[in-house]
Design a protein. Structure first.
Length: 130
C-alpha cells in the first residue's frame, strides 16, 4: 500500500486554495488528482485536520483468542465453520483462520489427499501375506 502524501504537500494545496486557486488548477500544479485535492479541503472544513488519516484496520478483535485456543485444544480436528459455530460469534471463517495463524496454530482441511498422478508419494502397500 502506498504511503500517504506528505504534510508539506497538503499544506501547499491548502495554501493555494486559500489564495483562491480552483481545484482543477491545484491538481495540475501539484500533480495530484482533483478528487484528492477536494478531500483535503473537505477534511479541513469538516474536522479541522489536515494530516492523513490513520492507515490500516482499526484492530478490533471479534474473536476471544483464549476461548478459540481452548476450543482447538478440546477438538483439534474441528473445521473453521465448526469453530465459528462453537464460538457463538458473528464473524467470517477467514477471521478465525487469521486468528489461528496469529496464534501459531494450524488446521488440516482434509484427512487425506488424492494420490499423485505424476509420482508416488509413499511406498506401495505390501503384498498380501508378507
Amino acid at each position: 500500500m502506498p504511503a500517504p502524501y506528505s504534510q508539506d504537500l497538503r499544506d501547499r494545496v491548502l495554501a493555494a486554495h486559500q489564495r483562491g486557486m480552483p481545484t482543477r488548477e491545484i491538481a495540475e500544479v501539484f500533480q495530484v488528482s482533483p478528487a484528492w485535492a477536494r478531500r483535503v479541503k473537505q477534511r479541513l472544513r469538516e474536522s479541522g485536520q489536515t494530516g492523513p488519516r490513520r492507515m490500516g484496520s482499526p484492530g478490533v478483535r471479534k474473536i476471544d483468542r483464549d476461548q478459540l485456543a481452548r476450543l482447538v485444544r478440546e477438538r483439534p480436528d474441528a473445521t473453521l465453520k465448526e469453530l465459528r459455530e462453537r464460538l457463538g460469534r458473528v464473524c467470517g471463517e477467514s477471521a478465525i483462520c487469521m486468528a489461528l495463524k496469529k496464534m501459531g496454530l494450524s488446521y488440516k482441511k482434509r484427512r487425506s489427499t488424492p494420490p499423485s498422478r505424476t509420482a508416488p508419494t509413499s511406498r506401495p502397500p505390501a503384498p498380501p501375506g508378507s
